[in-house]
Design a protein around this ligand. Structure first.
Ligand code: SAM
Length: 312
């Protein structure tokens, strides 16, 4: 390997971006490395060498613990004096952002634009409280889930009642299947108790969820994918798909995302294969299920959730 190639590879990035900051609010230099856990194939802020970055721009995540974790990781990765620009919608943590950065020892300039709070901070020489914030937001075992999880992943500290209803409603499954939006693997773990299941693809767009699922599921029939289910992985001829589809995307209720999950399930199923889906009662999924599938049956309803079996 030539000398300069080795240097570039060992140097790591100099600028990182977390998420998708609105372009009119912050400039992200060309070549900035994406570090959001919600962007498949991006780098992990956890792996960036301490005090190595010249700048970070962050669309800060909504949960308090996950946001303080991400801010602390960014401050750890920045060189002393280097700039951290962080923003969040006012009602999704933006109103607390300035205080949180000050608590880490940063001098902060703060402004509001549209519905966002924007904070400009410099990494102090001696930031405070980073280790505690990183420990609080790190992967951890959660008793209520009897497994690993991490603040920021869906229903991170307790089982989702919709997923539990789906698990109860499942008949013995068989053959090859997939869990779309598998989270930390609650539904997948139940599916894999069925002995006639021969393979299960677990897919989620959240790296933290996939890492937790990897720890929670120790089964040679399971294959995990950090991916956007609307595009990847390539699948066909499946016997079943299970899903508790996402109904929030970037904070806004997004029926289109759940509907895209349903269309993709239809695409990857074999004729006669079944989609098992749970959804909030008010979400309009029947309108997508009915024209696509040969039969659609309501199998369970409780606590504001509905479970359907849709057969291709
Ligand atoms: C309602 S949660 C269900 C999680 C898990 N199955 C459970 O029961 O706890 C939906 C999941 O879909 C994931 N997700 C959202 N958009 C996705 C996409 N485009 N591709 C793959 N997964 C996605 C979220 O990260 C989340 O884990």
């Amino acid at each position: 390997m030539r000398r300069f190639e080795a240097d570039v590879l060992s140097q790591g990035p100099s600028f990182c971006v977390y998420g998708s900051p609105p372009p009119d609010l912050a400039t992200v230099p060309a070549g900035a490395v994406q570090v959001s856990p919600l962007t498949p194939e991006s780098a992990a802020l956890e792996d960036i060498a301490p005090a190595s970055l010249d700048g970070v721009v962050m669309a800060a995540p909504p949960g308090t613990v996950e946001r303080r974790y991400a801010l602390a990781l960014a401050l750890r990765a920045l060189k002393p004096g280097a700039a951290l620009t962080a923003m969040a919608p006012k009602d999704k943590g933006g109103s607390r952002l300035g205080k949180e950065l000050k608590a880490f020892g940063c001098a902060v300039e703060e402004t509001g634009r549209r519905h966002q709070r924007l904070c400009f901070a410099a990494r102090p020489d001696e930031p405070q409280g980073l280790d505690a914030a990183i420990a609080a937001g790190a992967p951890q075992r959660v008793e209520a889930l009897d497994g690993w999880s991490q603040p920021g992943v869906f229903s991170w500290d307790r089982p989702d009642p919709g997923s539990l209803l789906l698990i109860q409603a499942l008949p013995p499954l068989s053959g090859r299947g997939a869990d779309f939006g598998c989270g930390v693997g609650l539904i997948a773990r139940a599916v894999l108790t069925h002995p006639a299941v021969t393979g299960l693809e677990l897919i989620d767009i959240d790296r933290r969820a996939i890492e937790a699922a990897h720890r929670n599921i120790n089964d040679p029939r399971a294959r995990l994918h950090w991916a956007d289910v609307r595009r990847e992985p390539a699948l066909e001829g499946l016997d079943f798909v299970v899903m508790n589809p996402p109904f929030h995307d970037g904070g806004a209720e997004d029926k289109a995302l759940g509907q895209a999950f349903i269309r993709r399930a239809h695409q990857v199923l074999a004729k006669g294969g079944s989609l098992w889906i749970v959804a909030n009662r008010h979400l309009p999924y029947e309108g997508v299920l009915n024209p696509l599938f040969a039969t659609v049956e309501l199998k369970a309803e409780a606590g504001g959730f509905k479970v359907y079996e849709a057969r291709k």
